[in-house]
Design a protein around this ligand. Sequence first.
Ligand code: PPS
Ligand code: ADP
Length: 226
Amino acid sequence: MTDIVWHQGTVSREDREKLLGQRGCVVWLTGLSGCGKSTIANELDRLLTSAGRATMLLDGDNIRHGLCAPPAMLAGEHGDAFAERFGLGFGEIDREENIRRIGSVAALMASAGLITLTAFVSPYRRDRDRARKIVEAAGEKGDFLEVFVDTPLEVCEKRDPKGLYKKARAGEIKNFTGISDPYESPADPEIHLRGGDDRTPTEQAQEIFDFLAGPGRRTATTESAG
Ligand SMILES: Nc1ncnc2c1ncn2[C@@H]1O[C@H](COP(=O)(O)OS(=O)(=O)O)[C@@H](OP(=O)(O)O)[C@H]1O
Ligand SMILES: Nc1ncnc2c1ncn2[C@@H]1O[C@H](COP(=O)(O)OP(=O)(O)O)[C@@H](O)[C@H]1O
């Protein structure tokens, strides 16, 4: 297939997890723009680090300033041809590549023993399933926890903190998830989180924290996780 040969490392995932006294995993938050992914992920990050857990947080908006930057951010430094080829927008295959890259990075972080939180719209089931496959291939079944942040579109649109729904309604943004682009809700997420304004971000983050701390969960200490 290719001349690229996998090199088996000398330090194992188990070695790294023993050092940290925890099991690495990926907590994959998915939902509409404005549903609360970033807020909940940051709150969960705070709860976990306060509990002495080693974590990392990957957020769609932020990653799209670096690893998955758009052509406009790349052209100045790299030129138009490079920007066109490697820059990512919001078309279906751009989102596919965005999630493929993040799935791979999240798998690496989980293999380092980190509880890796990812907050991406990730609207397509197929892309999320591929990310799950990448993560579980690097570890084992159960390492990928899909969290559906289920906030109704009308609530997200009312919030509209970046004014993107307004622009999307006015046709100023193309392929906007929920308005002019699809969102495929998770069929069987590990956690179906009720979104909306009637629960605080802390309550929502606590629900995920409690799930992670549950018996036999991947994030338990290496001893208790068995
Ligand atoms: N067309 C379109 N559709 C959806 N979202 C858009 C779009 N254009 C910009 N944005 C802003 O980009 C954030 C989504 O980036 P993601 O990397 O999470 O998207 S995806 O997973 O590739 O679908 C998303 O951030 P959040 O609001 O935090 O979800 C939006 O603010
Ligand atoms: N549980 C909540 N109750 C009320 N407002 C919330 C809640 N969670 C998030 N928000 C607000 O909703 C807006 C969108 O949240 P954000 O975390 O940016 O969503 P996303 O990352 O999914 O786009 C922000 O203004 C945030 O303060």
